[in-house]
Design a protein around this ligand. Structure first.
Ligand code: COA
Ligand code: U4Y
Length: 218
């Protein structure tokens, strides 16, 4: 699996894949997870945080989607700022060097893998690699509380921004996770991710950074 960076400046190269992606999100979030608020008549799961500023990391095998993650700049509207501000006691984070992660998934037949790196870890390592590459300092995440021990176990220091709250019958919490080399090397070593996973097709090489280089200013 390669993890492709898809954003405003190269999304024309991925039109067919993005169409599959939004239909897959409907299948996973509306049909499987029963997040029925997200149901739309066209059966594409797209919400107000899917904008030109949104970055998608898609784990592809050929043109087939295996895993995904969405990144939204916190200077734009986010889940935390618009939907769940009660999860951040000091107010939502709004900083150019912080993005919000959401919509992580792995297709059903690739979950719970044991041999080799798990797609679930690869997509998260790729998000950390992306953050390092563009010079972010942190991610915010609104997540169901069962993620907390998983994040710690993969070597990510997740600090709560507030107390857990029941949302749609699930304990849900907002956290901030530092983007740094250690978080990337820890998840890679603890989860057998071999290293850099990102493919920057059609994107300016200037944005890329080799892990270990000084972080550029935004
Ligand atoms: N509620 C509580 N725990 C869950 C869970 C859920 N909805 N989904 C996964 N877990 C936990 C469980 O501990 C599970 O182990 P178990 O099956 O023995 O209970 C463990 O995570 C591993 O999950 P699994 O699905 O086997 O494998 P994975 O680690 O490869 O993938 C996800 C994890 C979350 C990426 C995958 O389950 C997925 O894509 N789910 C649908 C999308 C989703 O819910 N995303 C998170 C919200 S955005
Ligand atoms: C939306 C209305 O799981 N409701 C919405 C919308 C909390 C609730 O949000 C609702 C989502 C994992 C949804 C659910 O009941 C991150 C993760 N994030 C969730 C997400 O949406 O991706 C939000 C928390 S669930 O019905 N809801 N959207 N309108 N538009 C994560 C990310 C990175 C990691 C690890 C885990 O490294």
């Amino acid at each position: 699996m390669e993890v492709h960076v898809i954003r405003r400046d190269n999304r024309h190269l991925y039109a067919d894949i993005l169409e599959d992606y939004f239909r897959l999100r409907h299948q996973i979030y509306v049909v499987e997870r029963k997040w029925t608020d997200l149901d739309r008549s066209d059966k594409r799961e797209i919400d107000r945080f899917d904008t030109d500023d949104t970055v998608y990391l898609l784990g592809l095998e050929g043109r087939r989607i295996v895993a995904g993650m969405r990144l939204v700049p916190t200077i734009a509207p986010t889940l935390l700022s618009e939907l769940f501000p009660q999860l951040a006691l000091n107010g939502p984070v709004r900083r150019p060097d912080v993005y919000e992660l959401s919509r992580i998934f792995v297709v059903p037949n690739r979950r719970g893998e044991h041999a080799g790196p798990r797609a679930e870890a690869v997509i998260q390592a790729a998000a950390m690699e992306y953050g390092l590459s563009i010079g972010l300092s942190a991610f915010t995440i609104v997540l169901e509380s069962w993620w907390l021990p998983r994040l710690l176990d993969q070597g990510w220091q997740a600090r709560p921004l507030g107390l857990p709250v029941d949302i749609n019958s699930m304990s849900t919490v907002a956290v901030i996770v530092d983007v740094n080399d250690q978080a990337w090397t820890e998840i890679c070593s603890r989860r057998s991710v071999p290293g850099s996973m990102l493919v920057w097709q059609g994107l300016a090489a200037i944005e890329r950074r080799v892990i270990g280089d000084p972080v550029p200013a935004i």
